[in-house]
Design a protein around this ligand. Sequence first.
Ligand code: AMP
Length: 447
Amino acid sequence: MITFKDFELPRKLEESLDQLGITIPTPIQLKSFKPVLSGKDVMGIAQTGTGKTLAYLLPILKMWKYSKSGAPTVLILVPTRELVVQVSEILESLTENLSTRVLGVFGGVNINTQKLKFDGGVDILVGTPGRVLDLAIDNAVSLKEVKHLVIDEFDEMLNLGFRHQLTHIFEILREKRQNVLFSATMTDAVDEMLYEYFNSPQEISLARSGTPLEKIVQKGYKVENFNTKINLLKFLLEQHEDFSKVLVFANNKKHADYLFNTISEWYPDVFDVIHSNKSQNYRLRAMKKFEEGEVRGLITTDVMARGLDISDVTHVINFEIPEIPEQYIHRIGRTGRADKEGIAISFVTAKEEVPLLEIEMLMDKELAFEDFPEEVEINPKKIESEKEVVKMKNPTKAPNIELGGGAFHEKKAKNKKINLGGPTKRKPPKTKPKNRGQQKQKARKKK
Ligand code: AMP
């Protein structure tokens, strides 16, 4: 069993944990530790009660170094004063034996009294966005030294209308910093902020329990492009009656709509689509129709599918490969629930082989590829996102308005400059390793 000893924390921190009677990491703590420690941007999906606070505090405390300037190097933003108090208290008990200076600040109390508290220097500042911003504007604290920004309860923060304060704080902070975000849910507002202000943070969430991967048959087809994928889907539906409850994942709502509209021309009323632009009533109706077998398939996006508990899905189709490997596991976990076997089929273009590789490494399992059926017509017509050739230097600051509202995963796709063609025509780029073994080695080195 893994204990906090395996985290190799500073001895004094380990002692503090011992004193608190905390010895065994929770799943979110296990999963977050290395990614946060690596210094990369991380987006953790975890509810209160899962141990999420320590999930970000421990790696950050492990990384923490004394800074002479007296300005905070860690900034933790939380939505409410209660949380400021709670997080500061945990931090204080953890750092009891360390020299780290912790300060919690929140609105509704005299700002001048709070300003005095910065006199002796502060290493870790915990606060609500409004008050932190006011203190920074008044020069009571410099945020220029912040190397690690944590935003806890990101969804709640946006629900409470802190978006403006947050973006203002981002402007003050230096660009080169680590962003660690935690949210109980992946709302559209969170998704939009990620898309605009962050560079595809690594997503950490806990795969739904009760869906062992072994129970899911995972297959793949290499497919030329999006439009040919539609032909393939149509073919599979025609050939196999047992595709009776099919959940189809697209990477964003624009693609979901395009797929839905095209497939509905052939099969009116056989599919439905849900994504965040559909009204709540529409979504509920579509879900019910799918659940009750009135439609054969439901097209959806990752954001929308979160929390959906639909029984007896016969097939999950990854119409597009998600860029975040965890997402794949969430998706395929929709089939093979309870004591049922499930089938997950991925449609993979040449460009999508890289994210697929990451997924295979995460699962330590390779997809079994089937031959592309000869009967399926190749449709060379490119969709909008496949045509794009513009390379953006700084995608975090320059969201593509044309595709506005899409999930943040689109960013990478938009930056792809070349169309490698389909499996028949494809020439691997020069830098790409020749076989999957070499690809894996390369990907491992990257990690
Ligand atoms: P949180 O989800 O961060 O709000 O934490 C919920 C509660 O779980 C807090 O009271 C923590 O002190 C406690 N806690 C966090 N991690 C652990 C752990 N690994 N073992 C036992 N208790 C923990």
